[in-house]
Design a protein around this ligand. Sequence first.
Ligand code: UGA
Length: 428
Amino acid sequence: MKLVFVGTGYVGLVSGVMLSHIGHDVTCIDTNESKIKSLQKREVPIYEPGLKEYLNKSIDQGNLHFASSFKDVNGKVDAVFICVGTPSKEDGSANLDNVYEASKDAAYEFPEATIVIKSTTPPGTGKKVREMLRAEKLPNEVASNPEFLSEGNAVNDFLYPDRIVIGTQDDKSLGVLEGIYEQFVDAGYNLVKVSITSAEMVKYASNSFLASKIAFVNEVANLCEKTGADIDDVTRGVGMDPRIGPHFLKAGPGFGGSCFPKDILALQHLSHELDEQCPTLEGVIASNEKRSKDLLQKISSRLGGLSGKLIGVLGLTYKAGTDDIRSSPAIKLIHLLIENGAYICAYDPKGQKNAREELNVDFAYDYREAARGADALVILTEWDQFTKLDLKELSGEMNQKIIFDYRNILDPKAFKDAGFAIYQIGKN
Ligand code: UGA
């Protein structure tokens, strides 16, 4: 089928590339011409394992094209996927200007195409987009097809989806989306066919629920530290209950990224608009907000204050496997440490370039340099290479042998044996 993707951000690029991989003819459009030129030269602007290989293959097979204007797309288009950003406004609501504008522009250009909203949009948005198109006398139908890819694992998430959710209100769009995902249906994957508004709600409820698991487990971790229980043992025991499940129970520095914090705020804002109290949602937001302050407090009290202390930070991205630092708990905590008088030397294997635009700190070229002369080392992202720190080298580099492992990735015994004080989440 012939598909157009509007927006080559994370969602648009990954899903465009992968849908071209399964045989559709895909053109990815972005108004950012330099980005399109780079993509045409096969330069991938984000770090996502495996994506470049799929992009190269699809371009070679003639299934994937990049353009800066709809005018460059020839022939009848079956669907236009809207993959533009929906950033938080100051009041927490999602800014939908780009969604409306891109949908309208696409509908004028391709009146026969179904407009498929892939951007995360508050329940009710798809319906409003359809009303807007009708007011403009445009005949296009609208559908919602939310994205469940997670950064760093997006290629696998696409190839082996837990479910594909499609929200439609007419048979033609349903047929178009069933056609697009036919191979998955044939292979036995779940296609969840619901209304447009339900599809939008599935996305918000999924992300908010996952965020609530993390916030909850971080609170339990605090209680573990005070009672002497071990959070990893506790979550192992809890997660074996199939009604709970083992996933998303890893305690850490709080949830971040471009999705959870933004989506949960937008759902909260929607609840306020609808005059519906959602105390759980409010609690999750407050709990995650408190998380960085909790960690700051723990570090400060262990170090006897932060003023003038040099802290080596390992990890800047919001999780491993990505170069994305958006709403990263590491960045939040670094700002707090600086406000409280600490000096920071940070290292991240992939996120440093992005972090330089956000942070005015020293950056190291490896973990050893970040540790040099440090009064403490704080691990904030679970990069695999941080699990293999050389204890002898660290001992020689650091001013004080103190480690805060806020991803619980180190073997505490090895560090204690080497004379380090090591503090982890939910353990003592
Ligand atoms: C998330 C969802 O997992 C995807 O399904 C969804 O498609 C995506 O948002 C989106 O809406 O686009 P992502 O933001 O890439 O994906 O990252 P996650 O792996 O979900 O992690 C989010 C945050 O939670 C990270 O800061 C991570 O470190 C934290 N986390 C995750 C924990 O602290 N503990 C866990 O057990 C799991």
